[in-house]
Design a binder for this molecule. Structure first.
Ligand SMILES: *Cc1c(COP(=O)(O)O)cnc(C)c1O
Length: 409
């Protein structure tokens, strides 16, 4: 497929069964298998239809504001004294993050499938806001499942979703956070599968979701690759992105997948440090980060010795998840991508540095990627180039940052 917005032809994964090597698959109730099969057929059909591609491209340009620019972080690079740092500005996309790329693509797909009713899950509310936005734009009915603990923590996003016409459904089960919201969204989908489309927010879940989300987010990497060649005259040596479920990272990585000299680095949430046990670094802690199944896919999952899902911690809600998209587990296994972490403290420090050096307030999630660039740049020569995916803007995090930095009294 040669669309500037969806790149499906650069990799051998997933296979026909939805596996990325040992990871992925479809671990779901029997009743959902026909719905997943229907989705695969509809998705392939849409991808083969130039009119669908055209409509998505038009909305991405005239509504989302794509292409998002690449900014040279000149003062930051000079201060660090090593590699030159460039930022892919997903923070400038409508609704303030990359999530709209996927929400718009899936909402268009739902419309094409004749499904008027959308269910979605949300943790911090960012995917809920992106889904509510896409549904308002296309005139679809939107129900967003959200843990009641998260609703209390993320009031402005709850209000945004309501303003956008979505029905926010409080989830009172389990820890009343993202994991439980996903369970409820899946339950709703199972019950109402004929009329309902499940708009999943990251490169997670049963096949074909990790593939669909990756493809809709691949616009980030495809644009960035072309922009680097045009603006800088070369590809980056290193691409860095934060990894929650893994959608912004896989979208960026996909564009550079076949450029073997481009190093791909994913940054997980180190929370209070791996030794503290309070983190969401699925790849960094071999004690509790092991292959397992969560929410329909086999991947690396933080679990205790009985296979119970562990509670996670991160200062950034978007990275605070016990599993990770299966394609990341695969890219790590084949050593095409490498994974590291940044702690809460390092992310907060990086956030302030980017504010002061470049006049950009990044999301706390994105600040994890910035933190890794700050660590690496001084170890690289001055003619080396780092590209950081700035997945979102930090306005949503002001309360957290003020509290963490004790700026509010
Ligand atoms: C949700 C979110 C993330 C984490 O999700 P991924 O699927 O890993 O990209 C990262 N950055 C921002 C700004 C987010 O809103």
């Amino acid at each position: 497929m040669t669309s500037p917005y969806i790149q499906t032809d650069v990799t051998e994964v997933p296979d026909a069964r939805g596996y990325f090597g040992d990871f992925g698959g479809r671990f779901v109730p029997e009743t959902l298998i026909p719905a997943l099969d229907e989705l695969i057929v509809a998705y392939r059909d849409a991808m083969a239809d130039p009119a669908f591609q055209q409509r998505l491209m038009q909305l991405q340009q005239t509504y989302t504001g794509r292409p998002t620019p690449i900014t040279y972080a000149q003062r930051l690079s000079q201060q660090l004294g090593g590699a030159q740092i460039y930022l892919k500005r997903e923070d400038l996309a409508h609704t303030g993050a990359h999530k709209i790329n996927n929400a718009l693509g899936q909402a268009l797909l739902a419309q094409r499938m004749g499904k008027q009713r959308i269910v979605a899950e949300t943790g911090a509310g960012q995917h809920g806001v992106a889904s509510a936005t896409a549904c308002a734009l296309l005139g679809l009915e939107c129900h967003v499942y959200m843990g009641s603990v998260d609703m209390a923590r993320q009031q402005p996003n709850v209000f945004r979703m309501k303003l956008l016409g979505a029905n926010v459904v409080p989830v009172e089960s389990g820890s009343k956070t993202l994991k439980d919201a996903i369970n409820e969204a899946i339950r709703d989908w199972v019950t109402n599968v004929r009329s309902t489309f499940y708009l999943l927010g990251s490169a997670l879940g049963p096949h074909p979701y990790p593939m669909i989300v990756r493809d809709f987010q691949s616009v980030i990497g495809v644009e960035a690759r072309a922009q680097m060649l045009e603006q800088v005259g070369r590809l980056p040596d290193t691409c860095i992105a934060c990894v929650g479920g893994g959608s912004n990272a896989i979208g960026m990585f996909h564009g550079f997948r076949n450029d073997e000299d481009v190093e791909l680095i994913g940054v997980e949430a180190g929370g209070h440090g791996v030794l503290s046990g309070e983190h969401a670094a699925r790849f960094a802690d071999p004690q509790i980060g092991r292959p397992g199944v969560l929410h329909g896919a086999r991947s690396f999952v933080l679990q205790d010795s009985d296979g119970q899902i562990m509670n996670t911690h991160s200062v950034s809600a978007g990275l605070d998840y016990a599993s990770v998209g299966p394609e990341h587990a695969y890219l790590r296994q084949i050593e095409r991508a490498y994974y590291t972490l940044a702690t809460d403290e390092e992310a907060l420090e990086a956030l302030q540095t980017l504010c002061r050096m470049e006049g950009i307030i990044p999301a706390l999630e994105s600040s994890h990627a910035v933190a890794e660039a700050i660590k690496r740049a001084p170890t690289m020569p001055k003619d080396a180039v780092i590209l950081v995916n700035l997945s979102g803007r930090g306005d949503k995090d002001l309360d957290t940052v003020m509290r963490e930095l004790k700026l509010n009294g």
